[in-house]
Design a protein around this ligand. Structure first.
Ligand SMILES: *Cc1c(COP(=O)(O)O)cnc(C)c1O
Length: 344
């Protein structure tokens, strides 16, 4: 069975990075490539970002950093959000990673395992997720004076009017006041909040890959699903598991290759739409593991493929149909698609 085709526009990716670097003002823009570059393939994405000018990369865990180092070679800085976890020392040393230390325990581990090795420090300014808690800060503050980067992360930056943004900013300023090291506070959303939020280094992720909250992002992915067969339904005929779609008119149903095992979330049943050019083709029946039924009655001639991500429907629109966010759509894109890379 032929699967879907995922087209990835590396030139659009590079333009998104340049635009977010410009929007970062005097701050240096890094690039977040965790989770295999948000599902698009770190091996292909990271070199394009490096060629566009990115010199600092961020990943979630040390093993990702090890792989990224083999992709990028020596030179670019690779920072690891999860810091120095037990078992990470070899990867940090071998791949020259910068762990963003999250606790006094991680600081001790780092100094014992790799004396003199560089590190950053991540602060918790309210999110209660990762980072040094305010209570532990006095103990870490001295070490932060020789960090290569001190950072924190905003929880609500996709909502510009949310007062938590200013609260976190105030907390970050208080904690880092007088600390003469490079500072980083903003992901995509924070960049768009303006210069107060930029500090020295920004960390765009989702905006590079074409997702909200960067409304001006160029789309990077197109996903086309091949039709396997079509059939004509009479009123009263039904489609798929649970018979949740019942035809109320003479209806042509196409069965396309692609389902929830490919990251096309089952939650979009009843709401999702595929596209043939400018013609919307609604899902008919439940999304199953490898297949989806699509109502193509309004398309004169059934095409070879239907688009589920592309010009007419971006990752955020598809995410809406599934009750989720663009990040989850991208990072769920499954391994069965043929990935085709363009430009760069
Ligand atoms: C994922 C992540 C980013 C990137 O966020 P986007 O919203 O994708 O731009 C930046 N910083 C941290 C700590 C992250 O976890």
């Amino acid at each position: 069975m032929a699967g879907g085709i995922l087209d990835i526009d590396l030139s659009a990716l590079a333009r998104n990075w340049r635009a977010l670097a410009k929007a970062s003002g005097s701050a240096e823009a890094g690039a977040v490539v965790k989770a295999d570059a948000y599902g698009l393939g770190m091996d292909r994405v990271a070199p394009v970002l490096a060629a566009a000018g990115a010199r600092r990369f961020f990943v979630a865990i040390a093993e990702e950093g090890r792989r990224l180092r083999s992709v990028l070679g020596p030179g670019p800085e690779i920072a690891v959000f999860s810091g120095h976890m037990a078992g990470d020392s070899d990867a940090i040393r071998d791949a020259a990673l910068i762990p963003m230390l999250n606790s006094p325990e991680q600081l001790r581990r780092h100094r014992e395992a790799l004396p003199g090795a560089p590190y950053g420090v991540q602060l918790d300014t309210g999110m209660s997720r990762l980072g040094v808690a305010p209570a532990d800060w006095p103990e870490m503050r001295k070490a932060a004076e020789t960090a290569v980067l001190v950072m924190s992360h905003l929880a609500c930056s996709d909502e510009p009017d949310n007062p938590r943004n200013a609260e976190q900013l105030k907390q970050f300023r208080q904690m880092t006041d007088g600390l003469d090291v490079p500072k980083s506070f903003s992901a995509t959303g924070g960049i768009l909040l303006g210069a107060d939020y930029h500090f020295d280094v920004t960390r765009p992720g989702i905006g590079l890959y074409g997702g909200a909250p960067y409304a001006d992002a160029e789309p990077v992915v197109t996903l086309s699903l091949p039709l396997i067969q079509t059939r004509e339904l009479a009123p009263g005929d039904w489609v798929g598991y649970g018979a949740s779609f019942v035809a109320d008119r003479p209806t042509r149903i196409a069965t396309v290759s692609g389902g929830y095992a490919d990251g096309l979330l089952r939650a979009m049943t009843g709401r999702g739409v595929l596209w043939h050019g400018d013609t919307p083709c609604p899902l008919a029946g439940r999304v199953s593991m490898d297949l989806m039924g699509v109502d193509v009655t309004d398309v004169p001639e059934p095409p070879e493929h239907l688009e589920i991500l592309g010009r007419r429907q971006g990752v955020d629109m598809l995410a809406d149909a599934a009750g989720t966010i663009g990040y989850e759509i991208l990072t769920s894109l499954g391994p069965r698609y043929a990935r085709r890379y363009h430009g760069g």
